[in-house]
Design a binder for this molecule. Structure first.
Ligand code: GDP
Length: 476
């Protein structure tokens, strides 16, 4: 009789053997969100949990014992950067543990999952395989879709109007703009100078406005185009019939090249091929920053969601139409509030995206909102304050974090009353009364449990529900 170890060995050997020639279906899962929303952590934790059979009771294939195992596989397209899973995991589980660097460009990773279908009579057919392709890309890039429908003159008009309405951040750019004559002879130097001032304005607007960001998406998230001439343009006051050889004609040409060589290929080659999408949203950060940041986040989400409108609704997407059938919205970093606030956080995100989705006339795909911590950095406890017992979070704030005049050194564990989220999502989004959270960045957990195989077990919040929603039906 085979022992359990033998069976495991056989199962693993089977995993390594994909050369049977059998057709293996592929599920392409996109992971996006604005910068620092939590994409890198989400993917690292997803891969680790699948590879090591993490603690995921809410993931049906695990709970029902039908999941046999997973392994990393070579990605079929060698021209696309690989998601640096091993490196990120090493940073997260190092001594001391640290958060890895976030997403700056597109990257991909393929996992092969082996499972036993739970369907009637399928036990008879034996284990099945699924390629899970994970595609990580900056949400900023989605903001470029509208550019495909705008000429240089139209885009310039919009961009300049907005800049004039934001004099504080745009002062440097407007001044640089005042110094150039669009009909003067084209010059690389003038183009560079203007593009730099424009990028600077976009960056400042994001810093002041907290969440959202404006197109062109690559100006703040250049990926591999950093320093490339493809990004050396800026809006100019629209001109009637600018001659060739003028600065205006030069920038117009570069704008068109950006659309053709950067924006369109991204939508065609990557975005349009996704089957599922998870959109990560740092909802807590916006709530904590107040109603202006929430409104701003909503604007950005509306623009992001416009990309998920079906091809027959959004003419810009028609050339690339493929149906994403499921979208999961995730309020990340849920370990920054007490568990009594998790349902509330979900309700708030749900309201936020429902409004944004309605405005974008987004229809067709099924969607859901979840509050998740892909890696839980805090534990829960209580503290006593003036005779009152308050729910608390226990964790180690990252060095340099400040709250109430205290600067943390990165070594001290503290108990913190995080505050509650309001039960009414509308009042939370309007900030009436203001949402007051004590918000600190915590270091990744340092005392990690290990499973029988010696792999670290990453603690999480509701991550199993997210995984079940994203891939569960493919393993059914
Ligand atoms: P990206 O820019 O979307 O790739 O964002 P990251 O995944 O790099 O996350 C940005 C930061 O958010 C990290 O450095 C962490 O500080 C924090 N973060 C992300 N996910 C979690 C989480 O599940 N729990 C906690 N406590 N912090 C998180």
């Amino acid at each position: 009789p085979t022992t359990i170890v033998d069976e495991l060995g056989i199962a693993l050997a089977n995993l390594a053997d994909n050369a049977t020639g059998a057709f293996v279906p592929t599920l392409r899962l996109g992971v996006t969100g604005l910068s620092r929303a939590g994409k890198t952590i989400f993917i690292t934790a997803l891969v680790h949990n699948l590879l090591t059979m993490g603690r995921l009771p809410g993931f049906a294939a695990f709970a029902e014992g039908r999941f046999i195992g997973a392994r990393l596989a070579e990605y079929p397209d060698a021209t696309i950067p690989r998601f640096a899973y091993e490196q990120h995991l090493a940073t997260l589980t190092g001594r001391p543990p640290e958060w890895p660097e976030g997403t700056r460009r597109i990257s991909q990773l393929r996992l092969v999952l082996k499972f036993q279908s739970g369907k009637w009579l399928s036990g008879w057919r034996g284990p099945a395989s699924l390629n899970l392709d994970i595609v990580d890309y900056p949400g900023e890039w989605l903001l470029d879709l509208p550019l495909l429908g705008l000429s240089y003159a139209e885009w310039s008009r919009e961009a300049l109007e907005r800049a004039e309405g934001h004099g504080a951040e745009a002062a440097g750019f407007l001044e640089a703009l005042g110094g150039v004559d669009p009909l003067a002879e084209a010059s690389d130097l003038a183009a560079e100078h203007l593009a730099l001032a424009f990028t600077d304005y976009l960056r400042q607007s994001r810093e002041l406005g907290a969440m959202s960001t404006l197109p062109p998406g690559r100006f703040l998230m250049p990926g591999d185009l950093e320093g490339s001439p493809a990004l050396t343009f800026a809006p100019l006051p629209p001109q009637q019939a600018a001659r060739n050889g003028t600065l205006y004609a030069m920038l117009e040409h570069r704008y068109e090249a950006y659309k053709d060589r950067v924006v369109r290929p991204f939508f065609r080659d990557h975005f349009a091929r996704l089957d599922r999408q998870v959109v990560l949203v740092d909802t807590l950060k916006a709530l904590n920053a107040g109603p202006a940041a929430v409104a701003d986040l909503e604007t950005a989400l509306t623009a992001v969601l416009a990309c998920f409108r079906q091809g027959d609704v959004n003419p810009l997407l028609r050339p690339f139409s493929k149906r994403i059938d499921r979208i999961l919205f995730v309020a990340t970093k849920a370990d920054h509030v007490h568990h009594t606030s998790h349902d509330r956080l979900e309700a708030i995100l749900n309201r936020l995206v429902a409004d944004a989705a309605r405005r974008a006339r987004f229809a067709g795909a099924e969607s859901r909102s979840l509050a998740v911590a892909a890696i839980r950095a805090t534990a829960e406890g209580t503290i006593n304050e003036g005779g009152e017992t308050l729910p608390a979070l226990i964790g180690t704030p990252v060095a340099g974090e400040e709250l109430d005049g205290i600067t943390y050194d990165g070594k001290t564990e503290i108990a913190l009353f995080p505050g509650d989220l309001p039960a009414d999502p509308d009042s939370a989004l309007k900030g009436e009364p203001p949402v007051m959270l004590n918000f600190l960045r915590f270091a990744p957990p340092s005392r990690l449990e290990r499973n029988a195989a010696g792999d670290v077990v990453l603690p999480h919040i509701r991550f199993d529900r997210a995984i079940d929603y994203l891939i569960g039906d493919w393993l059914a």
